[in-house]
Design a protein around this ligand. Structure first.
Ligand code: ZN
Length: 134
């Protein structure tokens, strides 16, 4: 998620911004990031799909000591989200009050600024998750 070159960001845009994932026709499992071969059964009978971006918060942690470049976002809430299509991603949870976070809450992917790359001033965007009306 933290690719720095604009060319790489462009190449990966469907994966990063649209949650492109892989569905395996043989075993029926979905996984992310997408690959040409199923990570569960090894089959190459796969297809690429796009997630709805909606899912459930399965676990989370609150990070008070944040990496350089994320300072203004402290504390960070990092969550394990299970998408409705059956795969999981680790992502930042935003727009949530710390005492309102709970496992099992419905969340939705939103495109947000990740950080500004110092030397180039390149603003990095990526998906984060925000609570849906519960
Ligand atoms: Zn499979």
């Amino acid at each position: 998620m933290f690719e720095k070159s604009p060319a790489k960001i462009w190449r990966n845009r469907d994966v990063v911004y649209r949650l492109k994932y892989t569905y395996c026709r043989r075993c029926g499992k979905s996984f992310y990031p997408p690959r040409a071969r199923c990570v569960y059964c090894g089959s190459q009978d796969i297809e690429y799909r796009y997630s709805s971006g909606r899912g459930v918060l399965k676990e989370y942690t609150i990070v008070y000591q944040v990496p350089k470049g994320f300072g203004e976002q402290s504390p960070l809430v990092i969550g394990l989200v299970e998408l409705d299509e059956g795969f999981r991603v680790v992502s930042q949870i935003v727009d949530v009050e710390l005492d309102k976070i709970r496992v099992g809450m419905r969340v939705e992917a939103v495109l947000r600024r990740m950080f500004v790359d110092g030397p180039t001033g390149l603003i990095q965007y990526g998906l984060k998750f925000t609570p849906l009306p519960q």
